[in-house]
Design a protein around this ligand. Sequence first.
Ligand code: ACM
Ligand code: ZN
Length: 719
Amino acid sequence: MTFLATLAIAATSLGIIPAPVSTEVGDGSYKMTGKKNEITFRVDRRMDLPSKEGYVLTVDRKGIKAKAPSEAGLFYARQTLNQLIRPDGTVPYVKIVDYPRFAWRGVHIDPCRHFLSVDEVKKEIDILSQYKINTMHWHLTDDQGWRIEIKKYPRLTEVGAWRSEFEGGTHGGFYTQDEIREVVAYAAERFVTIVPEIEMPGHAMAAIRSYPELSCTMEPVGNFANWGTSDLVYCPGKETMFEFMDNVIAEVAALFPSEYIHIGGDECPKTRWAKCPDCQARIQAEGLVADDHFTAEEKLQSYAVRRAEKIVEKYGRKLIGWDEILEGGLSPNATVMSWRGEKGGIAAALEGHDVIMTPGSEGMYFDHYQGDSRVEPVTIGKLTTLEKVYKYDPVPAALKENGKAHHVKGVQANLWSEYIYSDSQRDYMLFPRAFALAEIAWSPVEVKNFDDFCRRVDIACQQLDKRGVTYHIPIPEQPVSSLDRVVFTDKATVSFKTTRPMKMVYTLDGSEPTAQSPEYTKPFVFTEDVVIKIASVTSYGKLSPVRTVKVVRENWMPAAGVDKKELHPGLRTRIAWGRYVLPSDVPANVGWEYGMVKAPKELALQEAYDRSMQHTRFYAIEAWGYVDVPKDAVYVLTSECDQVWIDGRLVIDNGAEVKKFSRHDNSLALKAGLHELKLVFLSNVLGGWYSSRGHSDLQYRRLDEDEFHTFRENRVYYK
Ligand code: ACM
Ligand code: ZN
């Protein structure tokens, strides 16, 4: 038979993710009949491929043959074949020679902030392994929850696996050792290695809550149910903590056959160590002196990681940690996971250490947004589109130039779960970005092609549909910032875009759009009120969530008839201390304390931020007065306050939603001059987000501007 070899075309027509190294397409296809011997899969350990995970797959008129130097390679041949089989049971004639670019093709899962069941973990492993992901980094301990049963320390899961949420109710869960063995075995059948992470010396509140003797002060510790790092961390001044780590790692090593054990190492505030007699004694005893690069406490972090490395090695494993393990000097054999950009990874590789690239700034943080924060479910922030993930090359030029590229052992995406409140939302954040990860981890740069990849994503997403797994479809968004209520005085222009090329369909009669609705092709211009319903539609006819945008003619809101000369800069306030979810929760007879602020931003700052959140007081505050609007215009207003009232109208109401990246912007036609203003801000924790860590600004932009401005001191007044 003849093979028509062209890589790009082959990848398009065959639809395989990740794109194989080399694909030759033959003329014709093989019809599967279910006959014996039509498929032969064989391990040939002497086969010469650049990786043991590689394979050669041939389909011709005689049948289907796969050969690989290992069982893993055959497993990958099987995944490729599964993607080649057409609905009618035919398989195109091909010869595929394939092997991975990287040995570590990882996805990180965080059950600590929001727990996921064993079945969900297995489901993710099963799907990811079909796309040749071979590593699951299981983040098993953190401030908000300890998720692995440790027989020697039962309180870790009796106490540390549970937290009371601010809004009420308890969140938690943990994996028993039997369940862990079950997941490890399930993963092994799919050639996925599970790398457990046991965090130290920071991110340890759940452990410290269970065993307070592990901290510097050994003080009893209460609930910790909000996101962010705590400054209550393990005490490396005390031997207790290293005995604890040794005992924990002993049980962890017995459960996980992984070559690596991840010890975290990231985001460890050192304020407590600076004040702790035991930590200071350790610093003295070990001769850890500050130098031009590191403080003595940073060297203490390095000391703690070295001790952890000795423990991990005692159990025959290798240590891997986040790039902070570079602080104070790297442990001799450590592998570095570079998350704060590529800097740490480059530095470690130049010193001859192996690295895994997982930089958030380069698209490897799947907890980031996939589109406009005003239309997407809340996330931690930033924007990581499918294209951004796809464009990432894990080998930095600096390492290629220095002959150190071989130290990049792989690439990984991290899926932190602070803002992942359900299984379907986790899938939404994971897919289709995990497909892009799979391709950058496996395929050579030369066969990558984003347009073609998008077509293959459509095929993979239909497989997810068959399983009932949720995934992201770009949602129509407006330029600058999306808005569900667009006000106009004479004429409105409304336009839409998507984060990657998508067809958009709409209705203007209030009915729900379908794949057959008219296609959006150019900006709308309206002179009458209308409701736009608009969605993106995939090549296979599936709609994104539908946006509903009301376009409303309004009269100008006149300025108040007050003279600025009679006013004072700032806003009047009243504050009620207590725990409130909604403004309406504040009792009518509450004892208000009256006062003033210079600007809206102060509403969030009435209580000093205590990182351990052990003594935090919550409150409701109201502020009122006037806001000075610069000129006659239609303005978009945005705020993470609970409520914004202008001229007696409630214009922003964030309800009980997480008050991060408000999804309730509004527009108003405001005449220049002073308008009555009332703001309501609740300092509380909704969905784990401590609102006082955010801001209480009121921001504005003219509808035709591309940037928001803030109403500061010079624009608010009271009588
Ligand atoms: C991290 O995101 N703190 C590793
Ligand atoms: Zn200490």
